[in-house]
Design a binder for this molecule. Structure first.
Ligand SMILES: [Zn+2]
Length: 308
């Protein structure tokens, strides 16, 4: 490993308010306006670059494309988070899965001017067919594996949230990775030539997945302790954040039907919690990189240990 202490990075899954609201016509999405500005201000404050994963359909909005071009020019990485953000992405038939990835990829190339090299499936919907396809399409890394017991309550919670939306409910439960949380490796590995970077987990036999949402689910004091544990346990640590982590009631007009319960709340309090989390990343003394850089470092290390 280039840095004996390891690496940290921040992955912003750009699950937009427009997506959550079902793309109402004429909607001015706060995600690509004030919300992304709040995230960028933290990058300036802490001195790191994000890896951001936009939803393909959002790139039909010229304003979103312009913002992403600007963000990419500042040195942040952009990756692929599928076109429709279906929670059963990993279980889709191959032709449909290909369309989800390729359509988004082409938009990023044509409208934003970047070649995405990394992928994250919505709701961590992991599968072997997904990895094979990513390899064929030239992707270098995937972050869709979720090797933690927390997978089951996470899927159950998602299902409950969508109980009254027939199609979304069906998609939440349509998965091909029911055993992967119990059997999957917890550190990066190579499969079909793709570096898989699993969601970070704590040390010990009962691995708890840690991302910013864990604080909303398990309470903040517990979260900060789990975060310290996971950063120490994982030489390659990435912290997953979402736009809803920095939205507040004022960002919504009230006409959107939102199912994201954490979308409201006090912005000041949310900013304090995210700052505290980023401080813990910084205090770790690990090297702050993008996910693309982390994947390259992990690949070199994996190739070296393979050759040995
Ligand atoms: Zn997402």
């Amino acid at each position: 490993m280039g840095n004996s202490n390891g690496y940290v990075s921040v992955a912003l899954h750009l699950d937009s308010m427009a997506h959550a609201a079902g793309y109402p016509s004429g909607y001015l999405d706060p995600t690509y306006r004030q919300v992304v500005d709040r995230f960028l201000a933290l990058a300036d404050e802490f001195g790191f670059r994000y890896s951001m994963y936009p939803i393909g359909r959002d790139l039909e909005d010229r304003h979103a494309c312009a913002r992403l071009r600007e963000i990419s020019a500042q040195g942040h990485e952009l990756g692929n988070h599928t076109w429709n953000h279906y929670t059963d992405t990993g279980a889709l038939p191959v032709a449909e899965l290909r369309e989800e990835i390729v359509r988004t990829h082409e938009k990023l190339v044509d409208e934003v001017g970047v070649q995405p090299r990394g992928f994250i499936a919505p709701a961590w919907s992991y599968s072997d067919r997904l990895l094979r396809l990513l390899a064929e399409l030239g992707y270098r890394y995937d972050m869709s594996a979720f090797p933690s017991w927390l997978y089951y309550p996470f899927v159950a919670k998602n299902a409950l949230n969508h109980l009254s939306h027939g199609e979304k409910f069906r998609r939440v439960l349509n998965r091909r990775d029911w055993l992967q949380p119990l059997t999957g490796p917890r550190d990066p590995y190579l499969k079909h030539g793709v570096v898989v970077i699993p969601v970070p987990t704590t040390a010990g036999p009962v691995a708890t997945a840690v991302w910013h949402t864990t604080g909303f689910l398990l309470g903040w004091e517990r979260h900060f302790a789990l975060l310290r544990n996971a950063i120490a346990a994982r030489p390659y640590f990435h912290y997953v954040v979402h736009p809803a982590d920095l939205t507040c009631a004022e960002d919504f007009t009230g006409s959107e039907t939102m199912y994201l319960e954490r979308a409201g709340g006090s912005l000041e309090e949310k900013q304090r919690r995210l700052r505290e989390s980023l401080s813990i990343l910084k205090e770790s003394g690990k090297q702050w990189v993008t996910l693309g850089e982390m994947a390259d470092a992990a690949r070199s290390e994996l190739m070296r240990s393979r050759a040995a």
